[in-house]
Ligand binder design. Structure first.
Ligand code: BES
Ligand code: MN
Ligand code: ZN
Length: 484
């Protein structure tokens, strides 16, 4: 997909033109030819046009550009990445109907630093749901070419490539996330991983560990969660070496619960279907790996996915059971629905063998993080302040924000129990933090950060429920070291 180009000036030969109209009424450009500017000003005056951020006004002409889309943007000096992306996403919603025409998008000079985020926002509507419908996906009439027009600086081409690669990664993450659990079992996830490696021109290596190998490693927590299911677990290991296999890697760890019924501590029936999204941490690792394969940066990144179902059955874990993790620490499973931390625990132990520079886990871990942060930010917890700050900055730059919660020692006692080294549950307080505290006990040998993406990985809006591809953009931004 090479839809995007950069240009420093507008050429009227385009079919469609997109232009920001700032809330202070100034058309956000000096890049247009004079006659077109005059015409636009006349239209704006005649209709006394004022547009809120993201509001679009479309009009057609008999000469090129045949269609002009005006979109409300924030006044230039006040514009933020969030309001800019809001405007761009509103434009993106119109693009599937653009009849495969060419499109020129005039980007205000100050939005140049957000080039990658602009492409990601435009591509947000290029993804379609419904691949399991009999008729397949509706063919979208996406523009044949999109030219981003601005007085671009020298690094713009690299930023454009980055944006495109991240958008492709997000696309894969959304596709996997939206798959129902019967089309996305641990076995199928492993097959997808092999496919990604196969199409990587040797850049990506994948090892799949099956149930026997997981047993041999002593991953008693992952096995405990999977023992109630007819589907066997998989442990997926991605290795992207980018030509530097001898450096210490950054290791990503993903929760890959392909369906979370809660187990014996079964969830209520309402909206239980959304627990097909409980593998979105794993899906984000797929997206990151896809972007890395495309960009081929000289960095060393591994991805670990603990893939399993969490189901009730006669063989399932029972509340009160004590299981032994790969680290040797024992866990009293007070609630079988707190399964994410269990599968991550063994993955975090496994991660130590890479002598990682840093480990970042991604998990739809707690409902409590949705209460705390909604969809505005993923929760961040870390045992290393420098790592936390890097990730926070990457999130801000990517428009895919994180917000930090504390992991103070005082919280640790909430998961103490007389029956094992720890319980998998605290009380009703600080539920996202106690989950983080649990993970911290396994992430002792390296700098580590935990991203709780339960509120950000998908939107839970009835018929509009959909995977978002978060936090792929933040992670790629961080991994490429674009954060200062
Ligand atoms: N996958 C869920 C977290 C979740 C719940 C994500 C709702 C998105 C929406 C996780 O496995 C879970 O069930 N967590 C429990 C933990 C509790 C039992 C300590 C929760 O958050 O209620
Ligand atoms: Mn659960
Ligand atoms: Zn879960």
């Amino acid at each position: 997909m090479n839809t995007y180009q950069l240009a420093n000036a507008f050429t009227a030969a385009t079919d469609i033109m997109v232009l920001g109209l700032a809330t202070d009424k100034q058309v956000a450009t000096t890049l247009l030819p004079m006659p077109l500017m005059t015409e636009l000003h006349a239209v704006i005056e005649r209709h006394a046009l004022t547009l809120n951020v993201g509001q679009c006004y479309v009009f057609c002409r008999t000469t090129a550009p045949y269609k002009i889309i005006l979109v409300g943007v924030e006044a230039l000096e006040k514009m933020t990445l969030q309001t800019w992306q809001k405007a761009v996403k509103a434009v993106a919603k119109l693009l599937p109907d653009s009849n495969r025409q060419s499109l020129a998008f005039i980007v205000p000079e100050m939005a140049q630093v957000w080039l990658s985020a602009t492409v990601i926002a435009l591509e947000s509507e290029h993804y379609q749901q419904g691949q399991l419908k009999k008729a397949g996906l509706n063919p979208s009439a996406w523009p044949s070419a999109i030219t981003l027009v601005s007085p671009w600086s020298a690094d713009a081409a690299a930023m454009l490539a980055q944006g495109q690669a991240i958008a492709n990664g997000i696309h894969l993450t959304k596709t996997l996330g939206d798959l129902p659990a019967n089309h996305c079992t641990p076995r199928i996830l492993a097959e997808e991983a092999l496919l990604l490696a196969k199409n990587s021109q040797g850049l990506l290596e994948v090892d799949i560990l099956d149930e026997q190998q997981i047993k041999a490693l002593g991953m008693g927590c992952l096995l405990g969660v999977s023992q109630g299911s007819l589907e066997s677990p998989r442990f997926i290991v991605f290795k992207y070496a980018g030509g530097v296999p001898t450096t210490d890697p950054i290791v990503l760890v993903g929760k890959g619960v392909t369906f979370d019924s809660g187990g014996i501590s079964i969830k209520g029936g309402s909206r239980m279907d959304e627990m097909k999204y409980d593998m979105c941490g794993a899906a984000a690792i797929f997206g990151v790996m896809k972007a890395l394969v495309e960009l081929q940066p000289a960095i060393h990144v591994c991805g670990l996915i603990a893939a399993t179902e969490n189901m009730p059955s006669g063989a399932a874990l029972k509340p009160g059971d004590v299981i032994t993790s790969m680290s040797g620490l024992t866990v009293e499973v007070l609630n079988t629905d707190a399964e994410g931390r269990l599968v991550l625990a063994d993955a975090l132990t496994y991660a130590a063998r890479f002598k990682p520079k840093a480990v970042i886990d991604l998990a739809t871990l707690t409902g409590a993080i949705i209460v705390a942060l909604g969809s505005g930010a993923s929760g961040l917890m870390s045992n290393n302040e420098a790592l936390a700050q890097h990730l926070l900055r990457a999130g801000t730059m990517a428009g895919d924000r994180l917000w930090q919660l504390p992991l103070w020692d005082e919280y640790q006692e909430l998961i103490d129990t007389p029956f094992a080294d720890m319980a998998n549950l605290g009380n009703d307080e600080a539920k996202s933090i106690t989950a983080g505290c649990f993970l911290a006990r396994f992430a002792t040998e390296y700098a580590w950060a935990h991203l709780d993406i339960a509120g950000t990985a998908w939107v839970a809006a009835g018929k509009k429920r959909a995977a978002t591809g978060r936090p792929v953009a933040t992670l790629v931004e961080y991994l490429l070291g674009n954060v200062v």
